[in-house]
Design a protein around this ligand. Structure first.
Ligand code: FES
Length: 56
């Protein structure tokens, strides 16, 4: 599912970024560019990151 429409970033890509060591929205923003345009995806992206960090 698309999380960030501005950059066509999916939840799977965000989860993979966490698997590669990202721990926060700032980290994933640096790696993928998520939430660096309109910012509407920031809340959902943060939730996905948090959930994935808890799992790993
Ligand atoms: Fe992610 Fe716009 S939807 S920056």
């Amino acid at each position: 599912m698309y999380v960030c429409l501005c950059h066509a970033i999916t939840d799977t890509q965000i989860k993979e970024a966490v698997s590669q060591g990202d721990m926060s929205l700032a980290d994933v923003k640096k790696r993928l560019g998520v939430a660096d345009q309109c910012g509407k995806c920031a809340k959902m992206a943060t939730q996905i990151i948090q959930k994935q960090v808890d799992i790993e």
